[in-house]
Design a protein around this ligand. Structure first.
Ligand code: 7TS
Length: 404
């Protein structure tokens, strides 16, 4: 089991007061907090090795390049990619999905189909809609049931040889549903479709094995796993990344440039135009080391206890309804209280130092499905505690008494 006291001491922000009260941070689905080791690594980079990478012969540039490439290798090992050059640094999940969706532009035509699911974040809907607008392809949606689970029989019906790419999340940000992606990947491949997994909400809770999963693309953000904002990963199978044209043109992504013709650099550089977030990329490796030292099995086990405890406590509140009751769930609870707007609860409990997200969570179709304007979302991380859950439940009870 985790030494929560020790872990919490490693996150300086957790000992802050917000509105005069100790911070209770339950907005981990939006972004995680950062341990001191990550904060220090950013400072160390700028203090000791700041230089542009892959450019000069000078020593400092070499040091920065080496550190960046060491981090790429760490991430490769973490997700078990076959090659380091299958790991592309991006600015986040959104960037990664846009890079892939753009890459499919020249290979799609009218009659082709792109499948997304009813559970997606807008980041995994809009780039595909834009792709369909550019190419004349059709966007189709895998439906969900009342528990917030994707209906697998409907998915099978939607798949056909017209399906060119499936884009689905590993874990839903709004409901916490863990999707059966291993089977979904296999099914996509039976019709010859490529499949992208949006792992933004999965990587904080588990270690994906992209070779075992056999997904074509797996994308995530660094800021949700204790890393800096403006960092992300696009994993793609070598064959796909070689096939897709680059998303952006610029420095560092070329082999040769003349005014007549440009040839592109090999992977991973083909997808890494311009000066990247060097410090961020390096420190993402530090964050991943930090999490692996704690251990993802320990994290998952502890977060599951928090999920069960919070679910039970919240359901003791009269009129409270949880949205997202999938059998396979991670430590995210979306809920509403009858007769009260989620925003009102969020605002009142913020006064007590409690950070939750309210609204549609960038997943408006899910809110439309349930015919609600939004929810209150409490999303827990391995540094949260049962005591904090008690504080939130008590604050909600009091807010409810004020509002009804
Ligand atoms: N996909 C999923 C499943 C997400 O949860 C998010 C961010 C994104 C994509 C986009 O990631 P970004 O790092 O590029 O912005 N989700 C949330 C959230 O639930 N609350 O704030 C951001």
């Amino acid at each position: 089991m985790l030494d929560i006291h020790k872990i919490r001491a490693e996150f300086p922000i957790l000992s802050q007061k917000i509105n005069g009260k100790p911070l209770v941070y339950f907005d981990n689905g939006a972004t995680s907090q950062k341990p001191q080791i990550v904060i220090d690594a950013i400072s160390k980079y700028y203090t000791e090795i700041n230089a542009n990478i892959h450019r000069g012969v000078h020593t400092l540039s070499q040091m920065a390049t080496d550190a960046y490439e060491v981090s790429r290798k760490k991430i490769q090992q973490h997700i078990n990619a076959k090659h380091a050059h299958e790991v592309i640094f991006t600015s986040g999940t959104t960037h990664s999905i846009n890079a892939v969706a753009n890459g499919f532009t020249s290979s799609l035509k009218a009659g082709d189909e792109v499948l997304v699911s009813a559970l997606e974040h807008h980041s995994n809907i809009v780039p595909w809609q834009m792709l369909c607008e550019r190419t004349g392809a059709t966007l189709k949606v895998i439906p969900m049931n009342q528990d917030g689970e994707l209906i697998q029989s409907e998915y099978e019906k939607l798949l056909s040889t017209n399906t060119k790419i499936v884009a689905v999340n590993h874990i839903s940000n709004a409901l916490g549903t863990i999707n059966p992606i291993a089977e979904m990947i296999q099914k996509a491949h039976t019709v010859g479709a490529a499949i992208l997994i949006d792992g933004a909400q999965a990587v904080p809770h588990l270690k994906p094995d992209v070779q075992k999963l056999d997904c074509d693309f797996y994308v995530f953000s660094g800021h949700k796993i204790c890393g800096p904002t403006g960092t992300g990963i696009l994993y793609g199978k070598e064959a796909w990344l070689n096939k897709l044209p680059p998303y952006q043109g610029g420095g560092e992504m070329i082999a040769t440039v003349t005014f007549e013709k440009t040839t592109y650099a090999d992977l991973p550089h083909k997808f890494e135009a311009g000066t990247p977030n060097i410090a961020g990329g390096i420190v993402l490796g530090t964050a991943i080391d930090y999490l692996n030292n704690i251990g993802f099995e320990n994290i998952a086990e502890y977060e599951h206890l928090l999920l069960e405890y919070a679910t039970q406590k919240l359901l003791e509140i009269d009129g409270l309804k949880i949205f997202g009751t999938a059998k396979q769930k991670t430590s995210v609870i979306s809920f509403n209280i009858e007769g009260i707007h989620p925003y009102d609860i969020g605002t009142i409990i913020d006064k007590k130092g409690i950070a939750v997200r309210t609204g549609h969570h960038c997943a408006q179709p899910i809110m439309d499905f349930y015919k609600i304007p939004g929810t209150i979302r409490a999303s827990f991380a391995f540094y949260n505690t049962k005591e904090e859950i008690d504080i939130m439940v008590d604050a909600i009870q009091k807010a409810k008494a004020m509002l009804i």
